[in-house]
Design a protein around this ligand. Structure first.
Ligand code: NAI
Length: 318
């Protein structure tokens, strides 16, 4: 059975072009009522225009879909959600996608470069999502997408401001996934790669052409569907490929002995053990980390003499 969004109301931020436009068209085609938000500015966050959002709304309507435009900045999250409520009476799905770039080497990053990036990406997603949250809670359904970036996951020269904001979105999603779970609100994060006006300065033209946004949209649609149980996931997606990421933690090593000072020399001497990912754990909750260190406390405490390292048994308890 094909995945329908009939009866669902979806807001896509920054949907006047690139990836957001593709999501808007795809949701519209499958029956969703779509709020197409776009400030219509330039890639550095300057200027505004209603043309970008209007054009996408027209495209959706021309195909028989339902859509309205919103031209506010994501920093005014309430206004975006109000547009959804006014036009369609509810909000079911929020795709936080709006974005700008202000690339600079770290040394040259100004206050404005830092603040604008954080205001649009991180604060913008916060404002929009918070405005939608209680509506989702009350109706016991919500699907939220955060748009991170491989620049945040792995780092990228000249993108300190952007990397920080983008991985901040993943941190936000981690907690929303926990707080939303019992209300059937799921929050997932994607790190896409696609040709767009944002990437045309960093990708060769043929790659911009062939790396189509339509190779990203199906993941977003699936994650936003009511059948999808995924919550708190992080996915890299591009070119038709989708992969899931997770944390790994080495077994680690206890470098402290009972009744002895813990020293940096002991850290140095066991560095290889600390960083050895053989049989690594894949922790999924904060409790697992806490449990681990609490166990270490009692293991060190129960140490008989000063010799012998309880690491192996402590670590395997993780
Ligand atoms: P794009 O520039 O085509 O689309 C971003 C849209 O956001 C633009 O239409 C812009 O007008 C809008 N926008 C900017 N500031 C806004 C604000 N304050 N309020 C409302 N709308 C605003 O770029 P693209 O590539 O489609 O990017 C979409 C998202 O994906 C961004 O968050 C970007 O950081 C992220 N991303 C894209 C990658 C790619 O390879 N294209 C790689 C990693 C992340």
């Amino acid at each position: 059975m094909s995945l329908s969004f009939e009866g669902k109301v979806v807001l896509i931020t920054g949907a006047g072009g690139g990836l957001g436009r593709e999501y808007a068209l795809a949701f519209g085609e499958r029956g969703a009522s779509v709020v197409v938000n776009d400030l219509g500015g330039d890639i550095k966050g300057g200027g505004k225009s209603s043309a970008a959002a209007d054009k996408v709304v027209e495209e959706i309507r021309a195909k028989g879909g339902k859509a309205v435009a919103n031209y506010d900045s994501v920093e005014d999250g309430e206004k975006l959600i109000q547009t959804a409520l006014d036009a369609f009476g509810k909000i079911d799905i929020v795709v936080n996608n709006a974005g700008i770039l202000r690339d600079r080497s770290f040394a040259r990053t100004s206050d404005l470069d830092w603040d604008l990036i954080h205001r649009v990406h991180l604060r913008g997603a916060f404002m929009v999502t918070r405005a939608a949250w209680n509506h989702m809670k009350n109706q016991k359904f919500g699907r939220i997408i955060m748009t991170a970036s491989t620049a945040g996951i792995y780092g990228n020269f000249g993108q300190a401001n952007y990397s920080a904001a983008k991985l901040g979105l993943y941190g936000l999603a981690n907690t929303l996934a926990i707080e939303g779970r019992k209300y059937n609100i799921h929050c997932n994060t994607i790190a896409p790669t696609a040709g767009s006006r944002l990437t045309q300065s960093v990708m060769p033209p043929d790659l911009v052409e062939s790396m189509k946004p339509e190779y990203v949209a199906p993941l977003v649609l699936w994650l936003c569907h009511e059948q999808c149980k995924e919550n708190g996931g992080l996915f890299e997606v591009g070119g038709g490929w989708i992969g899931k990421l997770r944390w790994e933690r080495s077994q680690g090593h206890i470098v402290r002995h009972k009744n002895q000072r813990m020293t940096p020399e002991a850290v140095r001497d066991h560095w290889d053990n600390i960083c050895d990912f053989t049989d690594a754990a894949k922790p999924v909750s904060i409790q697992e980390g806490l449990q681990m260190v609490v166990e270490v406390l009692s293991k060190v405490d129960s140490e008989g003499g000063v010799s012998g390292n309880p690491t192996a048994s402590a670590a395997s308890a993780s």
